[in-house]
Design a protein around this ligand. Structure first.
Ligand SMILES: NC(=O)c1ccc[n+]([C@@H]2O[C@H](COP(=O)([O-])OP(=O)(O)OC[C@H]3O[C@@H](n4cnc5c(N)ncnc54)[C@H](OP(=O)(O)O)[C@@H]3O)[C@@H](O)[C@H]2O)c1
Length: 266
């Protein structure tokens, strides 16, 4: 459903745009004069978010109610924005379901792969020609997690899909170097959102080194700043930057042992 008047900066397509980090990223695009196409499952949340952005920022909004774990959903999202000048894609939608792989719910487990790996890849593949070809620099932003940098026993699929997002982003950044599109991967540590209720673990209370949970607005701002600067990997917050730098220097066998101890309660 399309509403209101265009501003000329093109449209940012944002998945998971109704809550948490995605909503704050969509807000930043709208606040800087982009029209926004908002994707999530819950129609009432989409309508409320779109109304707020139209009223506050005077931008056009498109809402697409889609479950991105369904394989045909990315095609529907693209069809809904076919008349638009899409200048940014934000692959943000995601959730975590912790626990041993052989004990975890099948749908929840495969849903994480469907959302954070399959749908993100399919949306990127579909929008990339448009992001590269437009008169303005295209922006591709993927929200992964600091978990991308370490193995995650008892949370294996969540860590794996975030590692996938990071690897895909870094590979595409190199593949597209010199072209008119920037590729950024946002890798936050704990963020104060509803995400933790569904995850069944509260990352905010489980950090191996105490790291305060960040507000979604601060995380989104860091990602948006990084995207505008064309940075490939953005880790918001000094303590998480230090932790992830340490993680990258730690020998993998040691990282596996530390994370096995850290995640023992999941
Ligand atoms: N919160 C953290 O501590 C944290 C830390 C690091 C990384 N991250 C990453 O940041 C991203 C956003 O997390 P968040 O904490 O902001 O989450 P959140 O507050 O739970 O919001 C999730 C958003 O995604 C949408 N969504 C969920 N499942 C979907 C589906 N199947 N299809 C389409 N949309 C769907 C939700 O709307 P509907 O429910 O209406 O679909 C909502 O708009 C995720 O990729 C997460 O892995 C989060």
């Amino acid at each position: 459903m399309t509403e209101a008047s265009s501003t000329g900066k093109g449209t940012a397509v944002v998945t998971g745009a109704t809550r948490g980090i995605g909503r704050e990223l969509a807000r930043l695009f709208a606040a800087t004069g982009h029209d926004v196409a908002l994707v999530a499952r819950t129609e009432s949340d989409l309508a409320e978010t779109a109304a707020e952005f139209r009223d506050r920022f005077g931008v056009e909004t498109e809402t697409v109610a889609a479950d991105l774990t369904e394989p045909e959903a990315p095609e529907r999202v693209q069809a809904a924005t076919a008349e638009r000048d899409v200048t940014a894609l934000v692959n943000n939608a995601g959730y975590a379901a912790a626990g041993r792989l052989d004990a975890a719910d099948r749908e929840e487990t495969l849903g994480m792969v469907g959302l954070k790996a399959r749908a993100a890849t399919e949306l990127t593949r579909r929008y990339l020609p448009e992001l590269r070809a437009g008169p303005r620099e295209g922006r591709l932003l993927t929200v992964a997690s600091a978990s991308a940098f370490v193995p995650g026993p008892r949370n294996a699929v969540y860590h794996a899909v975030n590692s996938y997002g990071l690897a895909l982003s870094e590979s595409l950044a190199a593949e597209l170097d010199g072209e008119d599109v920037t590729v950024t991967c946002l890798c936050p540590g704990p963020v104060d959102t509803d995400f933790h209720e569904r995850a069944g673990t509260d990352e905010r209370e489980r950090s191996p080194v105490p790291t305060p949970a960040m507000e979604p607005r601060a995380v989104a701002r860091a990602g948006f700043r990084g995207l505008r600067r064309g940075e490939t990997v953005v880790v918001p917050g000094l303590s998480m930057r230090l932790l992830t730098a340490l993680a990258r220097l730690t020998p993998r066998p040691l990282a596996r042992r530390v994370m096995r101890y850290y995640n023992r309660g999941l």
